[in-house]
Design a protein around this ligand. Structure first.
Ligand code: LLP
Length: 437
């Protein structure tokens, strides 16, 4: 499948300077809200939602970035949500989503959209209680879930998440298909699962596949055929099919955006063939996380030390893997730029390793898979300069932790050039709340 539009700026070795994010001054943001700081560009999120307008439903995998202000913004764009926990259900409700759809069929012949879908491979006791009490639609990743739901909500309709026997991700840790993955109902188990659903009195109205995160369109395209085959096995009870998430975004210089229209055409054709076979319309959903928020997010962090270890130069900043875990977890590459505190960049470029404050050698942003420390060409930096870590809006804040008893950073949303605090930085009191001596 072909690719289009290149990521702007960044030719790789060119020193990168950034003074603004979405029209707001980086230095001013750091002064007002402190560092490390997560900043999101609202307009970029809207743009990414609109890129997917061809799909009947865009369901945001909120695990990528679940701040209430981001969810409310998504809601304004007509995007619905996926929830993997009681906490995410709670967030969706707090952002204004309804628990369930109004029954009936729209003028377009499509079934109603479930505003929130609980997608997981298990129910813990709390989540089973929540979906049963609130009437939330469930996407079951194991047959046990079907029976557990049937006991609590007799006659419910469900979606099944099927593992097609293959998967792909940017890392083996984000590959959600094949025998090496715990996710979904194994494709060969479908006849048995359908019998169990019928016995339990549940109707299977939805079919979903998600083969991994940070994959590519060549792998994703294989899912349409696999889903079509399973849909035929399930039959006419289906009213909704979901392509899952996994849409890639360009992180590294030279990477480009994927051809989304070709991808939609492929899925639309599969949907139409199934509609002809079933004699009724099918809702076609897509469930991206990364695609909708990655490029909107930035971490602003301050350089606190510049030092040499033998021949290698290190910039030590006040963000660590407690702030952004993707490099330590997957060796992920994030573009970086520098905002000099006096506004004038040095003419020199340095090859530097960028690390954080944590008491652990893995606390390095410039590392490759396997934990090998790499370097990055950045304009020469001094203590007090700001480093901006880019494309950090997906799986950034949501995977931040309190390791080393560091407070979670603040989050700010910029819209129309105006910054708004959407989550305050944690305080030392927050860190010990709930504990007793
Ligand atoms: N749907 C389901 C059921 C998922 O489990 C996920 C992601 C998505 C959709 C969205 O996938 P996306 O469009 O974002 O690729 N922490 C990792 C990514 C983990 C993905 C988990 N599931 C990272 O930082 O790359």
């Amino acid at each position: 499948m072909s690719t289009t539009a290149a990521r702007p700026a960044q030719s790789g070795l060119e020193p990168l300077i950034r003074h603004t994010i979405a029209g707001a001054s980086v230095a001013e943001l750091a002064r007002t809200y402190g560092t490390p700081l997560y900043v999101y560009d609202a307009e970029m999120i809207r743009r990414r939602c609109r890129d997917l307008a061809a799909w009947d439903t865009v369901r945001f995998a909120q695990k990528a970035c679940s701040n209430l202000a981001v969810l409310a913004l998504m809601r304004g764009e007509g995007v619905v949500v996926d929830a993997v926990s009681t906490g995410e259900i709670h967030r969706a409700l707090a952002a204004g989503y309804s628990a369930h759809a109004t029954p009936g069929t729209g003028a377009d012949g499509l079934p109603p959209v479930h505003p929130i879908v609980y997608t997981a491979d298990i129910f813990d006791r709390e989540s089973l209680d929540a979906v049963a009490t609130l009437g939330i639609h469930v996407n079951c990743g194991s047959a046990d879930m079907i029976e557990q739901l049937a006991e609590r909500v007799p006659g419910a309709s469900v979606t099944v998440r099927v593992n097609p026997g293959f998967g792909h991700g940017h890392s083996q840790k984000t590959n959600t298909g094949g025998e090496g993955s715990k996710h979904g109902i194994w494709h060969e188990e479908i006849p048995d699962v359908l019998r169990r659903a019928e016995w339990a009195g549940l109707a299977v109205t939805g079919l979903h596949m998600h083969i991994g995160s940070g994959t590519d369109l060549a792998h994703l395209a294989e899912v349409a055929g696999a889903l079509e085959r399973v849909a035929v096995e399930i039959g006419r009870s289906l009213t909704t099919i979901s392509a899952g998430g996994g849409l890639p975004v360009p992180y590294k210089p030279g990477e480009v955006h994927a051809d989304l229209s070709g991808y939609f055409t492929l899925w639309d054709a599969a949907r139409r063939r199934l509609e002809d076979r079933f004699g009724h319309r099918l809702r076609l959903e897509i469930e991206p996380g990364r695609y909708l928020t990655a490029e909107s997010g930035f971490v602003i962090t301050e350089v606190r030390a510049v030092k040499k270890q033998g021949a290698r130069k290190y910039l030590l900043v006040d963000a660590g893997f407690n702030t952004l875990a993707r490099p330590v977890l997957y060796g992920s590459y994030h573009p970086m730029s520098l905002c000099p505190q006096d506004g004038t960049p040095s003419a020199e470029t340095d090859e530097v390793a960028v690390g954080g404050p944590l008491c652990e050698s893995g606390d390095i942003f410039t590392q490759t898979d396997g934990g090998f420390v790499a370097t990055r060409a950045l304009p020469a930096a001094r203590v007090g300069d700001l480093v901006v870590i880019e494309i950090a809006g997906a799986y950034g804040f949501v995977m931040a932790s309190n390791y080393n008893s560091k407070p979670l950073p603040a989050e700010v949303l910029i819209d129309g050039g105006t910054a708004r605090l959407v989550r305050r930085r944690q305080t030392p009191e927050d860190l010990v709340r709930g504990e007793t001596v």
